[in-house]
Design a protein. Structure first.
Length: 366
């Protein structure tokens, strides 16, 4: 695992946190795209020599590891969301509950029901679908002899982005919340697979040029200055893409492909871990906060809603005064404390037990 990428997850999750506090600037879509790209990148980079062929045992091990990480927390947050559904009188139904439990809600244009119960679970629905496809994608690339060909991978990456962007521009659907167009371009795994695949391909490209394959000249002061400049530039470009998004008129493109290249640039540059910003992000505090990012992602909106229900504090919207900013900061700290407890004493132990038990059962049946 690349430590800096773990730390970047912490900062990306802050964008989503402030988005759900109704901050202006459209902070949600860039963070969502970033996480899709990052997920694919990390999976590809960490796959190493795996999935070179259709090995069912290898596939099974991958699925067990991934599902054991996401499913226990998903079920916990589902039950934590039930009182909120009751108090807010959110109109839902048994079918929506089943789709949510089995992480199928993002597959269909079901309107506002995609946000029923824990609203953030739609993202998990997409990610689990991508996890299922990953071994087939990687083994397929190996079979057609593209997986280790840097030039062909780059061509494929450009093709994937061009397909998503072209489709978005051709359709140019109005992004009316909960409409079919909004669902397809922002929610559905059928289109978001392009974001994940772009990250997957970028991860394979990086694996072929990772720092270990370079000569020692990269350790010079000049190279550190160069990478430091690249890291700063990548941050500016990503931030600039968020600022410039307000001038885009094509909602389909904005909600889908627009942030993909900027996310790839950010992830790719920081993966080298050679600059001053990377050195800062490699500190243990940022790495641990990054490890809590998934727990934070799944829990933060639930905590925000509970806070609003019980305390009615001024936590929503950006207002530059202490009356608003202090509750938001204290809420952020409290959410991380809750996430730390759940991560240490629920998520990790339960996930570890599930993996151990399933692997033991698998060995016993062999």
């Amino acid at each position: 695992m690349i430590d800096v990428l773990t730390s970047l997850r912490f900062f990306a999750i802050l964008l989503i946190y402030f988005h759900h506090l109704s901050y202006p600037g459209g902070l949600g879509p860039p963070a969502v795209t970033f996480f899709f790209v990052l997920s694919g990148f990390i999976i590809a980079y960490s796959s190493g020599g795996r999935f070179l062929s259709l090995d069912l045992n290898e596939f099974k091990g991958f699925y067990i590891k991934r599902l054991s990480k996401v499913y226990p927390l998903h079920i916990l947050t589902f039950f934590l969301s039930l009182p909120i559904v009751y108090v807010t009188k959110f109109e839902t139904n048994f079918l929506s509950a089943l789709l949510n439990i089995f992480l199928l809600q993002s597959y269909f244009p079901i309107g506002i029901q995609v946000f029923s119960f824990n609203a953030l679970a739609w993202f998990l629905s997409d990610i689990v679908f991508f996890y299922f496809l990953t071994p087939f994608l990687l083994s397929g690339l190996q079979k057609i002899r593209i997986r280790e060909n840097r030039s062909l991978l780059l061509v494929l990456l450009l093709f994937v982005f061009a397909c998503e962007a072209s489709f978005a521009y051709i359709v140019n659907s109005k992004m009316v919340p909960y409409s079919r167009g909004w669902w397809f371009f922002y929610i559905s795994p059928w289109l978001r697979i392009f974001d994940y695949s772009a990250g997957l391909i970028a991860g394979l490209i990086f694996s072929s040029v990772k720092p270990g394959s370079h000569n020692t000249s990269l350790q010079t002061v000049a190279s550190k200055i160069l990478f430091g400049s690249l890291e700063a530039a990548a941050l500016v470009v990503f931030a600039g893409s968020i600022y410039y998004s307000r001038f885009l008129t094509n909602g389909s493109f904005l909600m889908s492909a627009y942030y993909v290249p900027f996310s790839i640039i950010l992830v790719f540059v920081y993966s080298f871990q050679k600059g001053a910003i990377s050195w800062l992000l490699s500190r243990s505090l940022f790495i641990y906060l990054g490890k809590l990012s998934f727990t934070f992602f799944m829990l933060h909106q639930i905590v925000i809603l509970y806070t609003a229900i019980f305390f009615g504090s001024p936590i929503f919207s950006f207002v530059p005064d202490i009356k608003h900013l202090m509750p938001q900061f204290l809420l952020l700290v409290n959410i991380f404390i809750i996430c730390d407890i759940i991560f240490r004493y629920i998520e990790m132990p339960i996930g570890g037990k599930i993996v151990s038990k399933l692997r033991l059962e698998g060995k016993n049946t062999e």
